[in-house]
Design a protein around this ligand. Sequence first.
Ligand SMILES: *Cc1c(COP(=O)(O)O)cnc(C)c1O
Length: 380
Amino acid sequence: MSNNENSKNNRKRIYLSSPHMSDEGYEQQYVQQAFDTNWIAPLGENVNEFEKEFAAKVGSKAAAALSSGTAAIHLALKAAGVGKGDIVFCPTLTFAATANPIIYQNATPVFIDSDYKTWNMCPKALQEAFEKYPNVKVVIVVHLYGLSADMDKIMEICNRHNVTVIEDAAESLGTYYKGKHTGTISDYGIYSFNGNKIITTSGGGMLVSNNEERIQKARFWATQSRDQAKHYQHSELGFNYRMSNVVAGIGRGQLKVLEERVKKKRYIYEFYKKELGHFHGVDFMPINDWDEPNCWLTALTLSGKVRPIDVMEALEKENIEARPIWKPMHMQPYFEQYEYVGGDVSDKLFENGVCLPSDSKMTDEDLERVCKIVKGLWSK
Ligand SMILES: *Cc1c(COP(=O)(O)O)cnc(C)c1O
């Protein structure tokens, strides 16, 4: 025991998911180029090239590099025409950044439950929501933890109602749904390069669409809606949402190692599954036949005597980070005033779910260390 205590302080912390720059130093090369030309800000070659390279990577016609994923959701809602009083369907099981921009646009969210098959938006609950709120303007779908939602069913329902769909692919860059990148299956897709995402620029986001004119418009709003005039003229409300040229340089470098990161994250998932999958009450996050997930985080549910809090506490004692699954929006003090359609699936996932450390810098030794601690909980 005292041995353990001693070594604890010497042991490096293991994170859920933290920044991981390329071994080759690609990011610094692009950032250096920006410095060499003094174009560290505002826009410049890195921003233009990052947009082109990103759009090509995911297979979309156009992309706008922005200051965050949240900003990308905000401008997607604006591009889709969401305004005061409009209803927007949003999955309840997500990070608050999916829902906040709905409020920025003075629109009204209606939260939709998950299903166990995907952990994402339940098509049945979505159908029910359409019956209750036929005048809905936009549907936001999230691909949580890098698992793709049931897109064929969701798109079929949304197309039948002629409604614009936005995919929040903040956590799923590198995930394919039936061979297509998540974020490119519907009208708009958004991605995040926040510090904990699969690739990061320290902070940033991307909006993609095959509608080039709408992406051009998003760039215009993101740069304070400056009209084409020498004097400063504005005919529309603007935002300061553009990505800087330095940040875009980091993004260009990170994009080169995306496949490597996905490979490692999937390895981590397989490792945990092999080591922990057979323990009583353990169910790993669902991977469907259509899905090639990026496994951004490995999440699982616990239905036996070992509870998520036991796992989190045992790991924290050893300087290892683990987290619960997102707390549903309809249970949040700020959002509980809004309508909710569905049952208790997302509540149950929150109650029983835990995310294991899934940092792409983890070694086999780190993974074994985590597994040993978690396994120990069953023999208590
Ligand atoms: C991280 C995240 C976002 C927001 O991205 P930021 O770049 O941090 O603004 C949006 N939605 C989901 C599901 C996320 O996980």
